[in-house]
Design a binder for this molecule. Structure first.
Ligand SMILES: CC(C)(COP(=O)(O)OP(=O)(O)OC[C@H]1O[C@@H](n2cnc3c(N)ncnc32)[C@H](O)[C@@H]1OP(=O)(O)O)[C@@H](O)C(=O)NCCC(=O)NCCS
Length: 210
């Protein structure tokens, strides 16, 4: 099964961001800079399509719901990343046996026919990545796609200089916790009552690049 991952921010600005930044970069990251000015008209349809598909997956499968405004403002923030995982083979159905057979095809182009099956949202400050969301479409979960995507992301961003990966996860989310532990994330703190909707506790996890 052929899959690829692409950061939509890299489509807008193909030069990878400098992640081994300075205090100045940190200031800019916190402030947020509007990327809209850099989006050329030929890119707009594919970005609109990808963000709409991400939002649909989010609404179906995420436990903590953002509205479209939150998606938009996160997308515009300097230092944020919106990675989509997709296939261009709409006829192939994924099954459990396919999970070990995913092939990453780097030159697979994201277009309006691509089937987006998972996404990942983060922001970086200096050498830290803060993971905000990782979600696989509901009917494609537990087939190895979360593993495929996280493996791709960790390799890519460790190469670009990220040293620490941080995230929060609901204590009840066994599948996500298992995924993170598989990649060496460690629990360093419990945040009591962190989630507004049901006052559930969050585990704070970190992975240090080695
Ligand atoms: C969490 C999520 C991203 C994981 O992606 P996925 O593609 O379903 O996970 P994978 O198939 O790659 O499995 C990863 C690991 O999770 C564990 N896992 C898989 N299915 C599981 C299940 N039903 N129950 C418990 N653990 C499970 C296994 O340890 C597995 O690794 P292994 O197959 O090598 O043993 C995905 O299920 C999802 O989108 N969930 C809803 C949104 C969410 O909770 N996101 C996380 C927010 S912090």
């Amino acid at each position: 099964m052929e899959l690829n991952c692409v950061n939509l921010k890299d489509i807008i600005n193909p030069t990878p961001p400098e992640v081994k930044g300075s205090d100045k970069n940190e200031e800019k990251n916190r402030e947020g800079v509007n990327h809209a000015a850099e989006i050329t008209p030929d890119l707009q349809p594919i970005l609109d399509y990808a963000i709409k598909e991400m939002f649909n997956i989010h609404m179906q499968a995420s436990q903590t719901i953002w509205d479209m405004k939150m998606f938009d403002s996160e997308f515009k923030r300097q230092g944020s990343g919106f990675i989509v995982c997709y296939t261009n083979d709409e006829h192939k159905k994924l099954d459990k046996t396919a999970s070990k057979g995913f092939i990453c095809v780097d030159n697979m182009k994201l277009d309006l026919k691509s089937k987006i099956i998972a996404f990942f949202i983060f922001y970086t400050i200096l050498d830290e990545m803060h993971i905000l969301d990782i979600t696989v479409a509901k009917n494609e979960q537990s087939k190895g796609i979360g593993t495929f995507m996280l493996d791709y992301i960790l390799r890519k961003y460790i190469n670009l200089g990220i040293k620490y990966f941080y995230l929060e996860v609901r204590v009840s989310n066994a599948r996500a916790i298992n995924l993170y532990k598989k990649f060496g994330f460690k629990i360093f703190m419990l945040r009591k009552g962190y989630y507004d909707d049901n006052k559930e506790d969050a585990l704070c996890m970190v992975k240090e690049a080695v």
